[in-house]
Design a protein around this ligand. Structure first.
Ligand SMILES: C[S@@+](CC[C@H](N)C(=O)[O-])C[C@H]1O[C@@H](n2cnc3c(N)ncnc32)[C@H](O)[C@@H]1O
Length: 738
C-alpha cells in the first residue's frame, strides 16, 4: 500500500462501521514496537481495528535506564537521576496520527513503580513522568499504565507516582491495567516455601486482592475522573460476585488476552460460556476492547466444542493440561481469528433490557428528586412517565378488580376520582376498566397543576367525550358533591413516600366513602440496602467544592455502576423494608398536629460477606395497588422482586442516599443502616446514618477445650466490635414542602 492509500485508509477507519457497529476494538501491541506510522495505522485499519496501543518509549530507553539503575546500585547511591527521553528513545512524534484518538499510549511495562528497592521505584517514577510528559506533548489523550504487581510491594510508592503523574498533564486519561483475576493468585513457579515444607500454603490473596489494589489507587487519587481501569481478561476469570465488583468500577478498556480464548475442535479460537457472559455483562458499559495476541506455545485444541461446556471452573486457576487436546487438529488461530470471533460475539449480543433502552444516557446520573406537590411538572416529564409499558396496565387491572368487588357488594352509582391526574393517562385507564367491568361510573379528575389542567380539558373534549368532571384544585381542598368510592392516585416517588403521597392522600381521605371506600394504591413500602457506588461518590466529590450540601440530598439515579454489599448465603441481595403507609390511613386521628402520624424510623442490620466500601444507600419501593381475597396487583422497583411484581416497569429509577465519607467494610462484617422520616408540619425530610461492625477473635471468651487429649485446643469465639460511624446526614434543608 502506498503512503497516500494508507492515509486514505486511516481516514476511513472511523467509517468502517459496517464491520464494527458501535464497538471499538483495538490491537494491543505486546512488545515495544516501531514508531507509529501511517503504515502501522493503515495495517490496523485493514485488519479491522479502530485503534492501536503503542509504547511511548522503546528498547533504547529501557537499556539506558537499566544501565543507570545498575550503576547506582553498584555504587551504593541513595538517589538516582533518570534523564528525559531523546529522539531515538520514542515510538511517537506529534502528528495527526497521535491526536486522532486512534492511538493509545502505553507506559513502559518494565518499570516497577511499586518496587521495595528505592532506587528502582525512584527510577521507575521518573520514567513514568517523562513518558506522561512526552505523550501529553504529542497530543495523546489516553495512556495505559501497568498496575502494581501484588499487595506485597510498595503500593504507596505506586500511588504517589500516579497522583504526581496526573498533575503533569491536566487532560490525559490514565487507565490502570489490572487483571480481573489477580496475577498474585497464580501459583508462583517452583512452588512456595510452604509447599517445599509440605505445608498447606497460607492464602495471602483471594479473588478481591486485585480489586484491593485498584481500590487503593482510586482512593489515593481521590476518585479522579481521569483515572480508570483497563481490565485484563485472561483464561482464569473471577466468579460472578467479583465480576459484579468490577462492574461497579470505571472500566474503560477490556484487554482480552489471547489466553482468554480456547481452541475449538476445528482449531479456531472461541470463548467459553463464562467468558462470553463476562463480555456480555461488560458490554453494557461500552468499553473499548483491546486484543492482546500473546499466543501460547502450548495452546492446543479443545476436544469438544467449548461453547457448550462449563469450562473453566469459575474463579479457578487454569488446570494443568486443561488445554490438552485429544485430537491433533490443525491450529487455525491466526491473529485475525481472535478479532473475528470477538466481533461476532459483540454483534450477536442479546438486546438490552427495556430499562437500559429507556434510560440510555441516564445511567448513574444524579438527578434531584421531583417535588410534584411544590412544583408544576412540564409536559415532557409527564410524557416520560406515560412511556411506561407496565405501570398503567397494573393500575387498570387494580381499578377493574376494585370496581368488580364494589359491584359484587351491590354498590350502585360508583364514583371514581383520579387525584393528581397529570395529563390523564390514569383517567383513560379507569374508563377502560369500567367498560371492561360493564359498569357505568361517574369519574372525576383532580389536578392542581394549571398547565396540565389545560391538557385534561383537551382530553375531555377530544377523547373522553366530556364524561369526566375536571376540577383544578389541590386535592386536599377538594369538595366533591358526594362520597367517592375509589380514589386513584400515583404520587409515588422512588422511595415510595418521598413525593409526599401520604400527606396528600391524608388530606383527601375525608372524601372517601367511610365504609366501602378504596384507595388505589392501598399501601406502599420503602426499602433499602447499602451499596458501593464509586462513580456516584466521585461525581459528588467533584461538586462538593462549590456546593457543600451535596451529601444532604437523596438523588434519583438509574443505578448501574454499583455493587450490592449485603448478600445472603445464596448470593442474593438483602434489601430490607424501612416502613409502610396504608390508605385510607387508620391513625389520622392520633396526629398531634405536626403530621406526627407520618413520621417513621427504621434500623436494619445487613450482613456483608465480602469486603468493600460503602458509598451510600440504595432505596426502592413496592406498592400494593389493590388486593382482595384472590388477587393482588402490585408495583415494585426492587431489583429482586420487580420481575415477579411488575416486570419491565420503567417509570422509577432508584433513590440514592449518599455518605460524605466512604466507609470501608471488612470480610464477614455487619452494617447497620438507620433511617428516619421526619416532619415538622411544614416540611418532610429524611435523616440517615451507617455504622460498621467487624468480628474479631476474642481470647477472653474463647472456649479452652478441657481434655487430657493432646489434640485439645481452643474454640475461638468472635466478638462484634463497632468499627466506624458515619455522620448523620439530613435532607432537612432540601426537604419537601407539605
Ligand atoms: C407523578 S404525577 C402522575 C400523573 C398521572 N397520574 C400519571 O400517572 O401519569 C403526580 C401528579 O399529581 C399532581 N399532584 C401532586 N400533588 C397534588 C395535590 N396535592 N393536589 C392535586 N394534584 C396533585 C401533580 O401535579 C402531578 O400531576
Amino acid at each position: 500500500m502506498d503512503a497516500s492509500a494508507a492515509e486514505e485508509e486511516v481516514g476511513n477507519m472511523a467509517e468502517n462501521t459496517d464491520t464494527m457497529p458501535g464497538f471499538y476494538i483495538g490491537e494491543h501491541l505486546p512488545a515495544p514496537g516501531g514508531a507509529v506510522t501511517s503504515d502501522l495505522l493503515a495495517k490496523a485499519a485493514n485488519d479491522k481495528y479502530n485503534m492501536i496501543s503503542v509504547y511511548v518509549s522503546n528498547l533504547s530507553y529501557q537499556r539506558k535506564v537499566e544501565a543507570i539503575i545498575v550503576e547506582a546500585q553498584k555504587n551504593g547511591r541513595a538517589k538516582v537521576y533518570v534523564p528525559g527521553l531523546e529522539a531515538e528513545d520514542v515510538n511517537m512524534h506529534p502528528d495527526e496520527n497521535i491526536n486522532s484518538g486512534k492511538v493509545i499510549g502505553v507506559i513502559s511495562s518494565w518499570i516497577q513503580l511499586d518496587s521495595t528497592d528505592p532506587i528502582i521505584s525512584s527510577a521507575s517514577r521518573q520514567v513514568l513522568h517523562h513518558e506522561i510528559g512526552y505523550a501529553g506533548f504529542c497530543g495523546m489523550m489516553s495512556l495505559l499504565v501497568q498496575g502494581p504487581s501484588d499487595c506485597e510491594q510498595n503500593l504507596a510508592a505506586y500511588y504517589q507516582a500516579i497522583v504526581q503523574g496526573l498533575s503533569i498533564n491536566a487532560y490525559l486519561q490514565i487507565s490502570i491495567m489490572i487483571p480481573a483475576y489477580g496475577p498474585s493468585l497464580e501459583p508462583s513457579q517452583g512452588g512456595t516455601e510452604a509447599d517445599s515444607q509440605g505445608l498447606e500454603p497460607i492464602a495471602l490473596y483471594d479473588e478481591l486482592s486485585s480489586w484491593d489494589i485498584w481500590n487503593g489507587i482510586r482512593t489515593a487519587t481521590r476518585y479522579s475522573p481521569r483515572i480508570s481501569l483497563a481490565l485484563q481478561i485472561q483464561y482464569s476469570i473471577p466468579n460472578k460476585h467479583t465480576q459484579s465488583r468490577w462492574f461497579a468500577e470505571p472500566v474503560r478498556y477490556l484487554i482480552l488476552d489471547s489466553q482468554a480464548y480456547v481452541l475449538n475442535a476445528k482449531g479456531f479460537p472461541v470463548m467459553t460460556k463464562h467468558h462470553q457472559n463476562l463480555i456480555q455483562k461488560f458490554s453494557r458499559k461500552s468499553p473499548l476492547y483491546l486484543l492482546a495476541n500473546t499466543r501460547h506455545a502450548e495452546y492446543t485444541p479443545e476436544p469438544e466444542n467449548p461453547l457448550d461446556v462449563d469450562f473453566p471452573p469459575l474463579g479457578s486457576l487454569a488446570p494443568k493440561g486443561a488445554r490438552q487436546a485429544s485430537t491433533t487438529n490443525r491450529r487455525r488461530d491466526d491473529p485475525q481469528s481472535y478479532r473475528t470471533y470477538l466481533h461476532h460475539l459483540l454483534e450477536d449480543l442479546p438486546p438490552p433490557p427495556p430499562l437500559d433502552i429507556f434510560g440510555a444516557g441516564y445511567q448513574d446520573f444524579l438527578q434531584s428528586p421531583l417535588q410534584p406537590l411544590a412544583d408544576n411538572l412540564e409536559s415532557m416529564t409527564y410524557e416520560v412517565f406515560e412511556k411506561d409499558p407496565v405501570k398503567y396496565d397494573q393500575y387498570e387491572k387494580a381499578v377493574k378488580l376494585a370496581l368488580e368487588d364494589l359491584k359484587n357488594q351491590g354498590i350502585e352509582d360508583i364514583c371514581v376520582a383520579v387525584v393528581g391526574a397529570g395529563r390523564g393517562p390514569l383517567v383513560t385507564r379507569c374508563i377502560r376498566a369500567a367498560t371492561n367491568a360493564s359498569l357505568d361510573i361517574q369519574i372525576f379528575a383532580i389536578e392542581k397543576n394549571p398547565n396540565a389542567y389545560v391538557h385534561l380539558m383537551k382530553m375531555n373534549r377530544d377523547v373522553w367525550d366530556g364524561r369526566v368532571t375536571l376540577v383544578k384544585t389541590d386535592m386536599r381542598k377538594w369538595k366533591p358533591p358526594s362520597y367517592i368510592h375509589i380514589l386513584v392516585s400515583e404520587l409515588l416517588g422512588s422511595f415510595a413516600d418521598n413525593e409526599l403521597s401520604p400527606e396528600c392522600l391524608d388530606g383527601v381521605q375525608r372524601v372517601l366513602h367511610p365504609t366501602v371506600g378504596i384507595s388505589i394504591p392501598q399501601s406502599y413500602t420503602a426499602h433499602y440496602t447499602p451499596i458501593m457506588a464509586p462513580k456516584l461518590h466521585g461525581d459528588l466529590l467533584s461538586r462538593a467544592g462549590s456546593t457543600p450540601d451535596v451529601y444532604e440530598v437523596p438523588y434519583v439515579v438509574m443505578l448501574t455502576a454499583i455493587d450490592f454489599l449485603s448478600l445472603d448465603s445464596d448470593g442474593q441481595v438483602n434489601i430490607e423494608q424501612a416502613w409502610e403507609f396504608k390508605h385510607p390511613a387508620e391513625d389520622l386521628e392520633h396526629d398531634g398536629g405536626f403530621n406526627d402520624h407520618n413520621q417513621r424510623e427504621s434500623f436494619c442490620i445487613f450482613p456483608v460477606p465480602r469486603r468493600g466500601v460503602i458509598h451510600g444507600i440504595a432505596g426502592y419501593f413496592e406498592s400494593v395497588l389493590y388486593k382482595n381475597e384472590t388477587s393482588i396487583v402490585e408495583l415494585s422497583t426492587r431489583p429482586d422482586t420487580i420481575d415477579a411484581k411488575s416486570k419491565d416497569m420503567i417509570s422509577w429509577f432508584a433513590i440514592y442516599f449518599p455518605l460524605k465519607t466512604p466507609m470501608p467494610v471488612s470480610d464477614r462484617a455487619e452494617v447497620q443502616v438507620s433511617f428516619w422520616r421526619i416532619t415538622d408540619g411544614r416540611k418532610v425530610w429524611y435523616d440517615w446514618m451507617v455504622e460498621t461492625f467487624a468480628f474479631i477473635p476474642d481470647p477472653k471468651t474463647s472456649l479452652a477445650l478441657m481434655s487430657t487429649d493432646s489434640s485439645a485446643g481452643v474454640i475461638p469465639l468472635n466478638k462484634r466490635v463497632l468499627v466506624a460511624t458515619s455522620e448523620i446526614h439530613s435532607s432537612k434543608k432540601n426537604g419537601c414542602l407539605m
